[in-house]
Design a protein. Structure first.
Length: 102
């Protein structure tokens, strides 16, 4: 496998003991993973990898994801439209400030 150009970490809200916590899981963030995977494929963004993570500890701003190597933290991602907006920006090598966690 080649090293991906970008890596998206999507919070799954799980803690070390396996208990779901926070808002990412409860707000449907994990359910968006399939849409994210399909959308990356449809857009030909084959150089982007996705990983689910344990809690990112930004529960008050979740569902959350982080994009590397830029180290851009996005929050409030609750819909397919939110994913589309972020991916649109990524394709333009821009940051979507509407979702940035600062």
């Amino acid at each position: 496998m080649e090293k991906p150009a970008k890596h998206i970490f999507l919070c799954a809200s799980f803690r070390a003991n396996g208990t779901p916590q926070g808002i990412c899981d409860k707000s449907g963030g994990v359910e968006l993973i399939q849409y994210l995977q399909e959308e990356l494929q449809d857009r030909g963004m084959d150089d982007v990898m996705i990983s689910l993570t344990s809690c990112l500890k930004v529960c008050d701003r979740g569902p959350a994801m982080v994009v590397y190597p830029e180290n851009t933290w996005y929050g409030g991602i609750t819909s397919e439209e939110d994913i589309d907006n972020i991916l649109d920006s990524m394709e333009e090598n821009e940051v979507n400030e509407d979702y940035v966690i600062s």
